[in-house]
Design a binder for this molecule. Structure first.
Ligand SMILES: [Zn+2]
Length: 157
């Protein structure tokens, strides 16, 4: 699943449970695995499975991350212009929603510390093996709908 979706869902999950920051962080972190569990659209990041050069893969990830950060920041500024607490809430939730892919990036960059290897096994365990929707426009639209629903929920928090 793309980083933008993980960031927005993480922010929303955190926002819904913000009265308990530890639970909210754990839930935002866990939301990543729930989203990855279902078959989904995503761009290929495994150099063994694509003809793209590594620099192109890195550029795709950076563009996705830039969109995620921009969207979450706009959301935080627009929805919570006068509330630093809620602004921090949105950014913290997005951070925890993205964190499992951050661990995966470290693993792909050959950081093989025990903790990183363990998080990669957990990520692989939960990540859908079904690639039938990987290039599906319908599955891409599903992520747009998920993001829009989350934005509406954040707006109502
Ligand atoms: Zn992931």
């Amino acid at each position: 699943m793309i980083l933008t979706t993980h960031a927005v869902v993480g922010a929303t999950t955190y926002g819904l449970l913000q009265d308990n920051p530890v639970l909210a962080s754990a839930a935002a972190f866990s939301s990543h695995y729930v989203l990855d569990y279902f078959p989904h659209w995503e761009y290929e990041t495994d150099p063994r499975k694509t003809k793209d050069k590594k620099i192109i893969i890195v550029l795709k990830i950076l563009i996705d991350l830039a969109i995620a950060f921009t969207l979450v920041s706009i959301l935080a500024f627009y929805v919570f212009p006068t509330s630093p607490k809620n602004f921090a809430m949105v950014l913290t939730g997005a951070f925890f929603g993205l964190l499992p892919d951050g661990f995966q990036l470290l693993y792909m960059l050959r950081f093989r510390h025990k903790t990183i290897s363990w998080t990669q096994r957990v990520h692989d365990f939960f990540h859908s093996e079904d690639e039938s929707l990987k290039r599906s426009v319908r599955a891409m639209v599903t992520q747009v709908v998920i993001v829009l629903v989350c934005i509406a929920i954040i707006y109502m928090i």
